[in-house]
Design a protein around this ligand. Structure first.
Ligand code: GAR
Length: 208
């Protein structure tokens, strides 16, 4: 925590950064007692880096290393060093499209949070809204969870359903999912930074 008692967040993203914007806005409006200390991306031209720079938040591209779907060992060390230098209390994945493994997760035990565009454990992995449409489910949703060694498997903090419409396209469904994401990600982070989520094995419990 910083001197003002605000949690320091390190946000990682690979895409346009709409969840980052929702989180930064919630901080600015006093709805989330935190500040974004740094934004890191594995994609040099990612919109999230521009959105952060516009807000005067330190933001940079960090090389992800030689793999396509995860950070390699040295890259994990680079990311951890940058986050520790920025003094972050929580690592917030906001559309970060790479798997994090041992070195990274050991540095931030139960302090890495992710948002996923489905009701896990349904449709882990990529383009979960498209998987939901292709499967034909009538309800999908959004999950905020803590990150463990698996892919989209960690303890669930919050979930909210989103109805699938008969005329939905991947874009229209993802847009409605994102509206929910932008609301519940700051809510989940507010609970976490205030220590109001207790983790008991796979399950989490809200404490007052
Ligand atoms: C969000 O819909 C997020 O749930 C998803 O990427 C999008 C990022 O959008 N994440 C995953 O699919 C992770 N497996 P944004 O860049 O506008 O925040």
């Amino acid at each position: 925590m910083s001197l003002q008692g605000k949690a320091r967040l390190g946000v990682l993203g690979s895409g346009k950064g709409s969840n980052f914007v929702a989180i930064a806005e919630a901080c600015r409006r006093g709805l989330l007692d935190a500040e974004v200390a740094v934004v890191l991306s594995d994609v040099p031209e990612a919109g999230i880096l521009e959105r952060a720079a516009e807000r005067g938040i330190p933001a940079r591209y960090l090389e992800p290393g030689r793999f396509r779907t995860r950070l390699d060992e040295e890259a994990e060390q680079r990311y951890v060093a940058a986050l520790q230098e920025a003094g972050v209390d929580w690592v917030v994945l906001a559309g970060f499209m790479r798997i994090l493994k041992g070195t990274f997760l050991r540095a931030f035990p139960l302090q890495v949070v992710n948002i996923h565009p489905s009701l896990l454990p349904s449709f882990p992995g990529l383009e979960a809204w498209k998987q939901a449409l292709d499967y034909g489910v009538k309800v999908t949703g959004v999950t905020v969870h803590l990150v463990d060694q698996g892919i989209d498997t960690g303890p669930i903090v919050l979930q909210e359903p989103v109805r699938v419409h008969e005329d939905d396209t991947p874009a229209s469904l993802h847009a409605r999912i994102q509206e929910v994401e932008h609301r519940i990600y700051p809510e989940a982070l507010q609970l976490l930074v205030h220590g109001r989520i207790r983790v008991e094995g796979r399950r989490t419990r809200r404490v007052d």
